[in-house]
Structures are given as C-alpha cells and as structure tokens.
Ligand binder design. Structure first.
Ligand SMILES: [Zn+2]
Ligand SMILES: [Zn+2]
Length: 248
C-alpha cells in the first residue's frame, strides 16, 4: 500500500575527504532512523567504496540504503547517480575510476578518505584524490548513469558553485534528468519562484550531509511511494504527479 515517507538521497561517508570521520556506516544508518527516514542514498565524491558497508548495516537495522555516486563532470557540475543495486553502481564506478585523474590525495589539505567495514572498523584509505573532475561531459555522464540503470539527479542546483545552474545556467538538451536537487539551505517555494523553468522536474531537497548533525531536522520532502524501494522511487519520479511530493 502506498505511504508517505521521507527520503534523503545525498549523504556522504568518511570516504569523501570533505566529510567527517564520524560518517561511518552505523552512525549514518542510526541517525537516519532517528530522523525518521525510510530510504537513503550514499553518494560519495566519485566513489562507491563505502556504499556496500552502509547497505549491509541498513539491512541489519531495517533501513533501505541505495548506492550512489556524486560525479564531478568536466564542467565542474555535481551530478548524482543513484542505483538499484551495488553491482550496477560498481559497474558505473568502473567507468569513473578509469577516467578519474591519478592524482594522490593530500590528507592534510583535503582530508582523509576513510574506508569502513560494516562493523565501523576503519579498513584503509583511498589514495587517489576524489575531489576532482572526471573528464566526462555532463551529457555523457548522465547517459552513463542511465545506461547502468541509475537515476540522474542534478545536485544542489541552488548553489553558486559546482551546480548545473552555476556552471551552465541551463539544462543541456542531451541531458535527461530524473530529478533536480536543492540543498537544505533552500526552501522549495523560494527556489521554484526563482526557477520556474525547472518546475517540470521533480524537485527533491537533500541534506548533502558531511557530518551527522547535517542529518538533523534537515528540510526534506515527503514522497508518496508504493513501497520503499528503488523501483517505487523511479516510478514516482517518472510519474509527473507533483502531488506525490510534498514539503510540510
Ligand atoms: Zn556537491
Ligand atoms: Zn555532496
């Protein structure tokens, strides 16, 4: 039976250099549950390395967790790919990894890129710097996400940097978006007043959490989903039924 649920499709783990070490699998899942979220996506910069561990914890504690990536395209636009399975996410990750420049991370400048297992034990770090553009154009990146079965979401379009609007001021003709994201600093009403041209897309507010407190009281939408799954999320975003996304 369809039910109203809250989702957050943009959460970083400690693998992202700009995220805190406290963004471990257990902390993320527990905090999401305390906040009443039914479905989350883990979206680190250019990697899915911690997604499997968060999914395992989600399974143990009863929270739906989807694997995702926040890709930085050639135009320095942040694009989210959210996938139905770890296998599909991993196949997309293979493409990203083959193109991401082989520059080392400098933890003192950018922060550690920490890997965790599903018991919250640190098991290593990612040596390659994740905060870089992948030499893929935005249309190419969007098409690759779709080809791997994922949802393509333009990240934090209300921001003045690393967003579709800040970099390109428009949606390119060849880019098929499943949704447009605004971050938690922005109200839906204010955004849509300024960007009437994006009203045709489902607009989702996400936390873009880099620390646990970013998940607290975040301004997020209620979605009327048939069930809590990737398939139901995809069906809703494709439905053109705005009455099934509410902010209250
Ligand atoms: Zn971003
Ligand atoms: Zn982000």
């Amino acid at each position: 039976m369809a039910d109203w649920v809250q989702v957050d499709l943009h959460i970083h783990t400690a693998a992202s250099p700009c995220a805190e070490a406290e963004m471990t699998p257990w902390n993320i899942v527990r905090m999401a549950q305390l906040e009443g979220l039914a479905l989350i996506a883990v979206t680190d910069h250019n990697t899915i390395a911690n997604a499997g561990a968060v999914m395992e914890v989600g399974e143990r504690l009863g929270l739906a967790v989807l694997p995702g990536v926040e890709v930085q395209t050639r135009e320095e636009v942040h694009l989210l790919g959210v996938f139905p399975s770890l296998e599909q996410a991993a196949a997309f990750q293979g493409l990203i990894w083959s193109r991401l420049p082989d520059q080392p991370n400098h933890p003192k400048i950018f922060g550690e890129q920490i890997l965790y297992d599903s018991n919250d034990t640190p098991i290593g770090t990612i040596e390659r710097l994740l905060l870089q553009s992948v030499p893929l154009g935005i249309e190419e990146a969007g098409a690759a996400i779709a080809a791997h079965g994922g949802l393509t979401i333009a990240a934090h379009v209300n921001r003045r940097s690393y967003s579709l609007i800040s970099q390109l001021a428009m949606v390119p003709e060849g880019l098929k978006l499943d949704a447009v994201e605004i971050d938690r600093s922005c109200s839906y009403e204010r955004f849509i007043e300024e960007h009437e041209e994006l009203r045709c897309y489902p607009i989702l507010c996400s936390s873009d959490a880099h620390r646990l407190t970013d998940l607290v009281g975040s301004h997020r939408p209620w979605l009327l989903l048939d069930d809590v799954s990737f398939a139901a999320l995809k069906e809703l975003l494709a439905s053109d039924d705005c009455s099934r996304i509410r902010y209250r």
